[in-house]
Design a binder for this molecule. Structure first.
Ligand code: GDP
Ligand code: ZN
Length: 494
């Protein structure tokens, strides 16, 4: 299975934050409750304070401490009072410990922290930021898409330090982006030809995040009206209302721009369908929804920009065969009509690694519809997989039923493989031995030596691959001391 081109999407509702890491999620929740208790809703009072001239910076620093030094996760409703060297921003890109953060360029007393998404592009600038050590120590990850509190800002050199992170609305992994509102599944009708099973895989992966999904089909000018019409009714029967467009002719692009307006969208789809072309079109100032500002110049080149560019086409990890920096370095690009789009180079094959046999059904609108139409009636079995079990509500008279079957099978095989590879007990690995006094004792079945060695090797390899994934994921937790680029950048500071 290629992790390299995999697309693992996961959405976490705030309430279910960090499901796989319950301890951490508790800490986050506790932190945020504590943060709220410390910061009762006296927003208007604080606004007044912000407008008042700040005469005693030292005293002010005491107040700021709550938001930066103690470092709880900030609630999304928090409006921390900002000093002149602080701002609230959006992480647009990351490489190891360095992040590009978009902040309002107005002095903090005039800029609204809520207004970043809406503020005109000319009023935004980019800062090159390190993540504060304390955040790394408590393993608080900063992701692209995060709303962050930046401090120690040098407005001339455009540097800052990320001091705190606001709570996330959502989080998807691979591409790792926080606060995503919307997924755009983008395919072409021709060149490459629309392939229903491939489309289904992308839709399933997108649906598995729980986020709203839009399906758009490009290159309409390459097919005739009949083909368009038949795809339209076919996709409607799947539960989707597809948008048809042609980046080449411009047809449908304004509607798409309108759909994406003021949202953070992740675009996914196979290569060659026109994703980059669409992103360019949506970013161009000729776009009808554009606010007319000069988007191409909305950020000025800053130290480090080159670093990001060159990493794009960077080295390829020999072990996983994946271009480490080509696939992982997702960045948020501002759209001329407002909002952001995550550019996801190299995410071509949904791996469905986060979809389980049980959760798969919920990623098919057809099944969701059948289940809800029959409510309160339910399938006879609680954990029904809807594969024709007796008393199953889901009938088989829909086009993608065969794909559903096929995917259940694929996921079943993967789940079994995972159980075996990662050492979870399975009946066949255990044998029973009659011990002293006739008591049966269970112990691991010993495999022939050669085979065992092979299997260890395989397990080690899997662990190494996993570890490598982790390292990639935790790029931004790396220590500055061990990264030559970061060291060099740091040494530049006085
Ligand atoms: P990506 O791999 O999904 O990012 O696709 P690209 O944006 O690189 O586009 C792949 C090819 O499709 C390029 O040659 C584009 O010029 C072409 N292309 C993009 N949009 C359209 C379209 O609407 N119609 C046609 N005929 N070609 C298109
Ligand atoms: Zn069922």
């Amino acid at each position: 299975m290629s992790f390299g081109s995999s697309l693992i999407l996961r959405h976490r509702a705030v309430a279910a934050a960090a499901a796989p890491l319950p301890v951490f999620s508790n800490i986050i929740r506790r932190f945020s409750i504590a943060a709220r208790q410390r910061n009762p809703n006296n927003v208007s009072k604080r606004l007044q304070e912000r407008q008042a001239p700040n005469k005693n910076l030292l005293k002010a620093k005491e107040r700021f401490k709550d938001y930066s030094s103690l470092a709880p996760v900030l609630s999304r409703d928090d409006h921390p009072p900002l000093s002149e060297s602080q701002a609230i921003g959006l992480v647009a890109a990351s490489h190891a410990n360095i992040m590009r953060v978009i902040v309002p360029s107005l002095p903090s007393s005039e800029a609204s922290d809520e207004g970043l998404e809406q503020s005109s592009s000319s009023a935004r600038i980019e800062l090159l930021c390190f993540v504060r050590n304390l955040l790394k120590k408590i393993k608080r990850r900063v992701m692209v898409g995060d709303k962050v509190l930046v401090g120690s800002i040098d407005w001339v050199d455009r540097r800052g330090m990320i001091e705190n992170v606001f709570e996330r609305n959502s989080e998807i992994l691979d591409p790792p982006v926080a606060n995503v509102d919307h997924l755009l599944v983008f395919f072409s009708l021709e060149q490459p030809k629309l392939e229903p099973f491939s489309l289904t895989r992308f839709l399933v992966e997108a649906e598995s995040t729980g986020l709203p999904v839009t399906l758009a089909l490009n290159k309409t000018e390459l097919v005739d009206k009949e083909t368009l019409g038949s795809w339209k009714s076919r996709l409607r029967s799947w539960g989707y209302e597809p948008l048809f467009c042609s980046v080449e002719s411009g047809h449908g692009i304004d509607l798409l721009a309108f759909k994406l307006r003021d949202l953070t969208t992740v675009i996914v789809g196979p290569s060659g369908v026109g994703k980059s072309s669409l992103i360019n079109a949506l970013r161009s100032k000729n776009n009808p929804v554009s606010n007319g500002t000069d988007e191409d110049n909305w950020f000025e080149p800053i130290l480090g920009s080159k670093l990001f560019e060159s990493q794009r086409v960077g080295e390829v990890s020999t072990r996983s065969g994946r271009g480490r920096h080509t696939t992982r370095n997702v960045s948020l690009l501002p759209l001329s009509g407002g909002g952001f789009i995550a550019d996801t180079p190299g995410f071509n094959q949904p791996s469905l690694l986060k979809v389980t046999k049980q959760s798969l059904a919920q990623t098919f609108p057809e099944i969701r519809k059948m289940l809800s139409a029959n409510e309160p009636a339910k399938c006879s079995f609680n954990n029904c997989l809807h594969l024709g079990e007796p008393g199953c509500i889901v009938k088989g008279d829909w086009e993608r039923y065969q794909y559903y079957f096929q995917l259940v099978d694929e996921i079943r095989i993967r789940e079994e493989f995972q159980l075996r590879t990662f050492g979870t007990k399975r009946e066949g690995d255990i044998r029973y031995k009659v011990g002293d006094m006739g008591v049966q004792k269970a112990e691991p079945r010993l495999e022939p030596k050669k085979h065992r060695r092979q299997s260890r090797k395989r397990i080690n390899q899997s662990l190494l691959d996993e570890l490598e994934e982790e390292l990639d994921d935790d790029d931004n937790l790396l220590d500055e001391e061990s990264d030559p680029v970061l060291r060099a950048l740091k040494n530049e500071d006085p």
